[in-house]
Design a protein around this ligand. Structure first.
Ligand code: ASP
Ligand code: MG
Length: 422
C-alpha cells in the first residue's frame, strides 16, 4: 500500500463539475489500494476575487483579517470535495490547515511552516478514510490565529504533509501535462519534460516558471520528497521532480532543461552614487530594510570626471513603491543624485544542469537574441542558469527564439486544459 498526497490547484476544482471529476479520480486512487491525502486550493480565481473584495472595502486590509478571509476559499473547496467523495461511497473527511497540524510562524500573508503534526490526518487514514486538507493555510500557536503561506501556498502544504507523513509521492495536479521547457501558454511548441532535478526546478521556479512554487520545491528538495506534476484532465504521466542525491537518477543531465520568463520585476537605478567604499552597503541595507527581495545587481564603471557611478537592481514590482520611498528618504545620507524606476522590463532565464560543464551556452544565447534584434540590458548567471533583462514587450519573442535556438521545440502543440493563467 502506498501513501499518496495529491494536490489539486484552483483550476482543477473550478466548478461543481470539476469537483466531481476530481472526486472520481481520488476514489479510483483509493480503490486501487492506496492511502490518499488530498490538498486542495480555492476554486478557480476565488482567492483573487476575495482579495479584490477586500481592497474594495479598505485600501490596506489588516493581515489577520485578510488571512481569515482568504482561507475561506480553501474551506469551500475542501468541504465540497469531501461531500463529492462521500457521494461516491468512499469515506472522506476535510480538515482546515490548523486541524491538520500545519503550524506556522505568525507572519500573516507569508507564514513559514515551523512544524507539521498531522495526527488527525493519520487517524483518518487509519480508519480507511480519504483525508482532505485545505491548502495554503496554517495556525500560529503563540497568537492562536489563522495564517496563510503566501500565494500559491497549497503546493507547500502538500509537500509539507508528504514529508511529515512520509508519503511515497506527492502528486501536484494542474491544468497542463507537467513541467514544460517553457510556458506553453506563451510558446505552443513547448515540450513536456519527463524528469527534472529539483535543483533545476528550483532555478526555473525562481526565474518565473509558474507551474510550481519555489517554496514547495525548496521544501521537497530539503526533505527528499519526490514530486509528480501532472494534469487532472487526463491520465498521462507528468513530470517527475527528483532529488538525484537520493540516488534516483544517474543519467547524464541534458544541457538545457528549460526557458523561463518573468514579467513581474522592475528595475531601479540609483544614479550618481559617490564611488567610494560603503555606498553599496548603504543602498542595499536601505533596500533590505524596506523588505524588498532583490535579484540582479549591476554597477557601472564610474565616470572618472565625476567620481560617481550608477547602480541598478531588479526587484518584484510589488516591492517597487516601498523601496523607492525608502531610498528617497535616505538620499541625503547616501548622497546619490536621482532615482529611476522602470517597470517595463522582462527577464528571460535559461536553466540546465548540463551548463556547468559547457562553456558555449552564453554565446549561443546572446547570438540568438542578437539575430532576433533583441537588446540585452542586464545579465546575471549562476552555475546552472543565465538570465537576461530585456524590454517587456520583447520577452515573448525572446523566449521563442531561444527555445528554438537550443533545440527545445516540439512538433506537437502543447495542450493547456483550463485556468485563466491569473
Ligand atoms: N488559493 C491560493 C492562491 O490562489 C493558494 C493556492 O492556490 O495554492 O494563491
Ligand atoms: Mg489559486
Amino acid at each position: 500500500m502506498s501513501l499518496i498526497v495529491q494536490k489539486y490547484g484552483g483550476s482543477s476544482v473550478a466548478d461543481a463539475e470539476s469537483i466531481k471529476r476530481v472526486a472520481k479520480r481520488i476514489v479510483e486512487t483509493r480503490k486501487a489500494g492506496n492511502e490518499v491525502v488530498v490538498v486542495v486550493s480555492a476554486m478557480g480565481d476565488t482567492t483573487d476575487e476575495l482579495m479584490d473584495l477586500a481592497n474594495e472595502v479598505v485600501p490596506m486590509p489588516s493581515g489577520r483579517e485578510l488571512d481569515m478571509l482568504l482561507t475561506a476559499g480553501e474551506r469551500i473547496s475542501m468541504a465540497l470535495l469531501a461531500m463529492a467523495i462521500k457521494g461516491l461511497g468512499v469515506e472522506a473527511r476535510s480538515y482546515t490547515g490548523s486541524q491538520a497540524g500545519m503550524l506556522t510562524d505568525a507572519q500573516h500573508g507569508s507564514a513559514r511552516i515551523v512544524d507539521v503534526t498531522p495526527g488527525r490526518v493519520r487517524a483518518a487514514l487509519d480508519s480507511g478514510a480519504v483525508a482532505i486538507v485545505a491548502g495554503f493555510q496554517g495556525f500560529n500557536r503563540g497568537t492562536g490565529d489563522i495564517t496563510t503561506l503566501g500565494r500559491g501556498g497549497s503546493d507547500t502544504t502538500a509537500v509539507a504533509l508528504a514529508a511529515a507523513l512520509d508519503a511515497d509521492v506527492c502528486e501536484i495536479y494542474t491544468d497542463v501535462d507537467g513541467v514544460f521547457t517553457t510556458d506553453p501558454r506563451m510558446v505552443p511548441a513547448a515540450r513536456k519534460i519527463d524528469t527534472i532535478t529539483s535543483e533545476e526546478m528550483l532555478e526555473l521556479a525562481a526565474a518565473g516558471a509558474k507551474v510550481l512554487y519555489i517554496r514547495a520545491v525548496e521544501y521537497a528538495r530539503r526533505h527528499g520528497v519526490t514530486l509528480h506534476v501532472r494534469s487532472s484532465f487526463n491520465n498521462n504521466e507528468g513530470t517527475l521532480v527528483i532529488n538525484p542525491a537520493d540516488g534516483e537518477s544517474n543519467v547524464e543531465e541534458p544541457l538545457i532543461a528549460g526557458v523561463a520568463a518573468d514579467l513581474s520585476q522592475a528595475k531601479i537605478t540609483v544614479v550618481g552614487v559617490p564611488d567610494i567604499p560603503g555606498k553599496a552597503a548603504q543602498i542595499f541595507t536601505t533596500v533590505a530594510r524596506a523588505g524588498a527581495n532583490i535579484d540582479m545587481i549591476v554597477q557601472n564603471v564610474s565616470a572618472a570626471a565625476t567620481g560617481r557611478t550608477d547602480i541598478s537592481f531588479t526587484l518584484p514590482k510589488t516591492d517597487g513603491p516601498g523601496t523607492i520611498a525608502a531610498l528617497e528618504a535616505a538620499r541625503a545620507d547616501i548622497a546619490f543624485e536621482t532615482l529611476q524606476y522602470d517597470d517595463q522590463i522582462g527577464k528571460l532565464s535559461l536553466v540546465g544542469a548540463g551548463m556547468r560543464t559547457n562553456a558555449g551556452v552564453s554565446a549561443q544565447l546572446f547570438t540568438a537574441l542578437f539575430e532576433a534584434g533583441i537588446n540585452i540590458e542586464m545579465i546575471s548567471t549562476s552555475e546552472i542558469r543565465i538570465s537576461v533583462v530585456t524590454r517587456a514587450d520583447t520577452i515573448a519573442a525572446a523566449v521563442r527564439v531561444v527555445h528554438t535556438a537550443f533545440g527545445l521545440d516540439s512538433e506537437e502543440k502543447a495542450v493547456v486544459h483550463g485556468g485563466t493563467g491569473r
